[in-house]
Ligand binder design. Sequence first.
Ligand SMILES: Nc1ncnc2c1ncn2[C@@H]1O[C@H](COP(=O)(O)OP(=O)(O)OP(=O)(O)O)[C@@H](O)[C@H]1O
Ligand SMILES: [Mg+2]
Length: 343
Amino acid sequence: MILVRVLAIESSCDESAAAVLDDRAGLLAHELFSQIELHRAHGGVVPELASRDHVRRLLPLVRQALTHSRTSAEELAGVAYTAGPGLIGALLTGAALARSLAYAWRVPAIGVHHLEGHLLAPLLEPDPPPFPHLALLVSGGHTMLIEVTAVGAYRLLGQTRDDAAGEAFDKSAKLLGLPYPGGPQLAELAGHGTADAVRLPRPMLDRAGLEFSFSGLKTAVLHAARDQAPDAQRRADLARAVQEAIVETLTAKALRALDYTGLDVLVVSGGVGANLALRERLTAAVGQRGGRVYYPRLEFCTDNAAMIAVAGLARLSAGQYDGLAIEARAQWPLESLPPLVAH
Ligand SMILES: Nc1ncnc2c1ncn2[C@@H]1O[C@H](COP(=O)(O)OP(=O)(O)OP(=O)(O)O)[C@@H](O)[C@H]1O
Ligand SMILES: [Mg+2]
């Protein structure tokens, strides 16, 4: 019995992370350092600062992951890393480290697609989703509906034409004076808002198809906040209206995609999947149709290395890994991934 164990590194944006995953024993360690404090003063991620901080953080996180999982270099079958999409400088710090470690340890390096990581994060749960399923990937940079027939078999059904759902949360939060990253803060403030006190548009909901558009939402928030200097209650009402508009739109389109594909299993991943109002609404709506929704645990909705390890292990097991070049891609269409056919 050959055990396959991988080390994984994530550095695509503002989280530095390392994890160790074993195909039999499961997730043995996952370490993460969030750069939120570093970027807060600037109101958003500053790419150069992110890269420099990854350089400082990654190696200690790798050491911690190896120590906590009691793993020696000889026990590793490969080093997975996020190769894209993401901030190119940030990606290159992880790519260079992973590639160098793999070279020194004489094991393959596996360049992982970040979105495949998000899509496979729910596989880390004790009750993982079955295949085929529909995935709603809602992160800071992406909003996508994807038909997932198997690990590695992804068909993009629809995506946002402009802002991602997470971006809509973050930009609206900024307009309401909330600190970066606004999504979770806006969700918290929405809890104090009155339902239907403010109504914001639901872009493209009335149109057929599975595409999204969220950029109009921030403009609507801007106007609503300008018309009337918002007091505390008005800000909470606006936050509630933003959350409501995003949740209703995502739910309606996810249901539409379930109808379209004939699937009854929905998987939600990416940072916005941590939003409790969205979870509640989707679980109820899909449950009513006799289907079921699966989520990663909250900490694996946002960026982490555990999900990169899942995708890395799957690719390595199928004999897919990279050469000696240090490779990273800022843009990388999910559909261009090779199918995963196990050896
Ligand atoms: N509870 C929440 N409610 C709403 N939004 C949330 C919540 N928690 C996190 N988010 C949002 O999730 C996003 C971060 O998610 P994630 O880490 O998956 O994105 P990313 O890695 O920056 O983007 P991508 O994966 O597309 O490159 C942010 O926009 C953040 O505001
Ligand atoms: Mg991400």
